[in-house]
Design a binder for this molecule. Structure first.
Ligand code: TMP
Length: 217
C-alpha cells in the first residue's frame, strides 16, 4: 500500500478515541493527509451494523455478533480503507481486526483458529502497519466509563459486560502485543491525556519517518 494503516485498540474507556483524534490533528498540522475512521461503523452500511451490534435490545448470539463485526470489516476494508491507502492518505482506524481477537476470541471464547479464519476472510489479509494498544487497568477504565455514563452517554452492549470479560479482553491485547512487538505497541494511558499523546507521538513520528524514507509515501 502507498500510505500506512494505523489502528488504535484497547478496552472500553481506555481513551483511545481521544488519542486518535489528537494524533490526527498532529499529523494534519505536519501537512499529512489523514483519513479517520472506525469499526464498527466506518461506512454507511457499517453505521447501520454498528447500531444493530451495540444497541440491540435482544440477546445477540455470539456467532451472529462475530459475523456482523466481520461484515462491517469486509465493507470497511473494500469501500474505504484500501481506496484511502491507495490514494496516499494515512488511515487511522479506531479498532480493527485485533478487536475481534480480543473481544470475540478471549471475551466470548471462540477459538483463536476460528477467529483468525473469519478475520482473514473479512480483511483479505490486510493488516495494520502499526497498532497502538492504549492500555489502562480495567478498574480505571470502568471508572472512566462510569463518568461517561454520568455525562449522559449510555454504555453500549459490550461496555456493559462484567469486569472478568474486560479482564480477558485486556489480557488478550497484552498477549497480542507480546506476540507481535514490531507491529503492536503498548501505550500506558494511566497519566493525563497529554502525557499519553506524547507517548503516541514518540512512537508514530519515528515510524512515519522510516516509512517515508523507504519512500512508501
Ligand atoms: P468503541 O466503543 O470503541 O467504538 O467499540 C465498540 C464496541 O465494539 C466495543 O465494546 C468493542 C466492540 N468490538 C468487538 O467486540 N469486536 C470487534 O471486532 C470490534 C471492531 C469492536
Amino acid at each position: 500500500m502507498v500510505a500506512p494503516f494505523i489502528t488504535f485498540e484497547g478496552i472500553d474507556g481506555c481513551g483511545k478515541s481521544t488519542q486518535l483524534r489528537l494524533l490526527a490533528s498532529a499529523l494534519r498540522l505536519r501537512g499529512m493527509e489523514v483519513c479517520v475512521t472506525r469499526e464498527p461503523g466506518g461506512t454507511p452500511l457499517g453505521a447501520r451494523l454498528r447500531e444493530v451490534l451495540l444497541e440491540a435490545d435482544e440477546q445477540v448470539d455470539p456467532l451472529a455478533e462475530l459475523l456482523l463485526f466481520a461484515a462491517d470489516r469486509a465493507q470497511h476494508v473494500r469501500a474505504l480503507v484500501q481506496p484511502a491507502l491507495q490514494s496516499g492518505r494515512v488511515v487511522l482506524s479506531d479498532r480493527y481486526a485485533d478487536a475481534t481477537v480480543a473481544y470475540q476470541g478471549a471475551g466470548r471464547g471462540f477459538s483463536a483458529a476460528f477467529v483468525e479464519e473469519v478475520v482473514t476472510l473479512a480483511t483479505g489479509g490486510l493488516m495494520p502497519d502499526l497498532t497502538l494498544v492504549i492500555d489502562l487497568p480495567v478498574a480505571e477504565s470502568r471508572a472512566r466509563a462510569q463518568r461517561r455514563r454520568r455525562n449522559g452517554l449510555e454504555l453500549d452492549r459490550l461496555d456493559a459486560e462484567d469486569t472478568t470479560f474486560h479482564e480477558r479482553v485486556r489480557e488478550a491485547y497484552l498477549q497480542l502485543a507480546a506476540r507481535e512487538p514490531e507491529r503492536i505497541r503498548l501505550i500506558d494511558a494511566a497519566g493525563a491525556v497529554e502525557e499519553t499523546h506524547a507517548r503516541v507521538l514518540e512512537i508514530v513520528i519515528p515510524f512515519l519517518e522510516v516509512w517515508s524514507s523507504e519512500s512508501k509515501i
